[in-house]
Design a protein around this ligand. Structure first.
Ligand code: CMP
Length: 138
């Protein structure tokens, strides 16, 4: 059993796609063991994406993530990190496999509907960024 952090981004919450996206995760055997809808401040978005601070898209990314509510959630399952990334599809929707969340719903590389942790270390850190142990309810 593995856990990973998933974020449903503002472009998707705005278009009322939370349920459709989570149906894909659940269909793939991932279980939502913690979940909340929040609106990030610009500073919180900046701290979450601090690893990208030097990238040219950092400011735009942080503005976007703070622009409207997001749903942050923890997905659990066998190989949850890789499985979540498979269901999400490639970062750029133009490269995403048919049937993936980003192929079906993403608007652009920046407004790409979902985020998912990319390794066990980042999953641990990203889950702890949003959730206390008490909030991981299984
Ligand atoms: P995410 O998985 O949330 O991690 C970093 C995000 O930066 C990425 O998804 C994209 O939405 C966003 N981003 C914006 N512009 C770019 C870009 N040119 N290349 C890669 N990622 C980008």
């Amino acid at each position: 059993m593995e856990r990973t952090l998933s974020i449903i981004k503002p472009d998707a919450t705005r278009r009322n796609l939370t349920g459709k996206i989570n149906a894909k995760f659940e269909h793939a055997g991932l279980r939502i063991v913690a979940q909340k809808r929040i609106q990030l401040t610009r500073a919180q978005a900046g701290a979450f994406y601090a690893v990208h601070e030097e990238r040219p898209f950092y400011d735009e990314l942080c503005e976007f993530m703070a622009s409207e509510p997001v749903v942050v959630q923890v997905l659990e399952g066998d190989n949850a990190i890789a499985r979540n990334r498979e269901v999400m599809g490639a970062t750029n929707p133009k490269d995403a496999e048919p049937g993936t969340v980003r192929a079906e719903f993403a608007e652009s590389v920046g407004e790409n509907s979902v985020h998912g942790s990319d390794s066990p270390e980042t999953a641990r850190a990203e889950i702890a960024f949003f959730f206390s142990g008490l909030e991981l309810v299984g």
